[in-house]
Ligand binder design. Structure first.
Ligand code: SIN
Length: 307
């Protein structure tokens, strides 16, 4: 009999992403499971992302429905609604309003309705969101959530992915959790958004948007759950570490969002709507459809300083 040949294991000094068992808790252990009377919830993974059926978001949202949507968002972190063909910018503002106050992105083109940004991507505008990130983490009060509506989608591709940052935190080693527990990190838009701007545009925006600091491990503002809060484009350094130490630690931490078990992937259709918890998740817009077009409308939801 032929002997079994074992393929060589790549010789990394220190594997950045471990394999094996993952801890995937949808809600914080000890929290009671919500009950839904009005929503029909179809999970896309066991812990992040659910499609919601039986709701027409173009109609007025009752208090009971609003409560269930808020509960489901805390439970699933990103909710998807399909076939919302009458969902207009006013419905989008109303859905965002269930979670907080709408907040425009300082760099996105404005849509026709106050607070709604229109993101049109075609061959002239190669993707700028195809990197794992949390919206507005470069602000002193990062966005609490966002609502995205598909206006025009390519025939294939253009999906968005979200990663559960509670799972990213839960699966760190105890040594790493101890190491980062009291660290803070600087977040800044200049290395990413600034790369698309002239010097004078950067100077003009800088006056309103200085670099800010947030804890590396934040508590979710509504559930108190611990979350890993660093992301690749906006987190620039860990405060108090030397540059090489900071780079090494950040490299390891930002990679956690790339672990497939923490993620959900959504295929858009015209009329699809998503609302996400922007503190509990990061997202990645897949840029694979050029030269076709993809047009989305987005509203961010204002947050508060994190602790
Ligand atoms: C965003 O990064 O906020 C936009 C996501 C997308 O276009 O899928």
């Amino acid at each position: 009999m032929d002997s079994v040949v074992t393929p060589p294991v790549p010789a990394l000094d220190k594997p950045l992403m471990h394999y094996g068992k993952r801890t995937l808790e949808r809600i914080a252990p000890g929290t009671s499971q919500p009950d839904y009377r009005l929503l029909d919830v179809s999970p896309l993974t066991p812990h992040i992302g659910a499609e919601i059926e039986g709701v027409d978001l173009s109609l007025p949202i009752s208090e009971e429905l609003a409560d269930e949507i808020r509960q489901a968002l805390l439970e699933w972190k990103v909710l998807f609604f399909r076939d919302q063909h009458d969902f207009d910018p006013q419905s989008q503002l109303a859905l965002a309003g269930l979670w907080g106050e709408p907040e425009p992105n300082p760099f996105f083109p404005k849509g026709d309705t106050v607070g709604v940004s229109r993101l049109a991507k075609d061959a002239m505008a190669i993707g700028t969101e195809n990197i794992w990130h949390s919206d507005h983490s470069f602000m002193a009060a990062p966005a609490l959530g966002s609502v995205l509506r598909a206006v025009e989608v390519p025939s294939a591709g253009g999906d968005t992915m979200w990663a559960d940052m509670a799972a990213a935190y839960d699966n760190l080693t105890e040594t790493m959790k101890d190491r980062i527990e009291n660290l803070t990190a600087e977040h800044d838009w200049v290395p990413s958004w600034g790369a698309l701007m002239t010097e004078s545009q950067i100077t003009a925006h800088r006056a309103n948007l200085p670099a800010v600091e947030h804890p590396v491990v934040v508590r979710h503002p509504r559930t108190g759950r611990k979350l890993l809060y660093v992301n690749e484009p906006f987190t620039t350094r860990i405060v108090g570490l030397t540059d090489p130490e900071s780079r090494e630690l950040l490299n390891e931490l930002v990679l956690q969002a790339r672990i497939p078990e923490y993620q959900v992937r959504f295929r858009w259709q015209p009329g699809s709507v998503a609302i996400w918890d922007n503190i509990a998740t990061q997202h990645y817009a897949i840029s694979d459809y050029f030269p076709q077009r993809r047009v989305m409308e987005r509203i961010a939801i204002a947050g508060a300083p994190l602790s």
